[in-house]
Design a protein around this ligand. Sequence first.
Ligand code: HEM
Length: 182
Amino acid sequence: MKGIVFCEFLDMVDTAISPDMTEKIIEQCDLPSGGVYTTVGTYDHDEIITLVAALSKETGAPVAELVKTFGLHLFGRFVALYPQFFEGVENVFDFLDTVDAKIHVDVRKLYPEAQLPSICCERVGEDRLELLYESGRAMGDLAEGLIESAITHFDENISMSREDISSGSVQRVRFVLEKSSA
Ligand code: HEM
């Protein structure tokens, strides 16, 4: 997994809880990297799982909730770090269409070793978008946080529901986004 994800995760813990907590969880985890990350480096995906599990143990918050909260935070960082992906995009449905078709394609061009999910969007009428998340890394909770934060970013009145349709080692989550007429 790219170092940017680790750096942003540890920054979130620093700011939302405390730098002491960040140090504490890194110390508890026997990480191959030693908990030292650079944004452009690549690290074992298991390290983020180990760090989130340690944070869950320390705070008592469930892992799924922490991963989703991280997704909410990470989206804001993406907006700040990669404004080019948001230029000229006016609504969340159009934005979500670009994730698989453009954003993650560009990420892979920059970092061929990136491990990216499949994000497949289907419009069902004008007011409904169905998004299928598929990945061997089971980060559906991260996807949920990212999508929820995207809805907030575009300031639209959209409700979201989630259904887990996983089979075997691949996590599949269907998110249904519906514009409300109100
Ligand atoms: C709402 C929109 C987005 C969704 C739902 C999404 C979903 C995800 C998820 C769930 C992962 C974790 C890996 C996995 O599950 O297999 C991921 C990885 C990643 N995404 Fe996205 N993403 C979104 C937007 C973006 C944007 C705007 C960027 C900006 C450049 C971006 C860049 C990345 C990067 C760098 C990784 C890490 C790849 C790696 O660690 O090897 N994503 N994405």
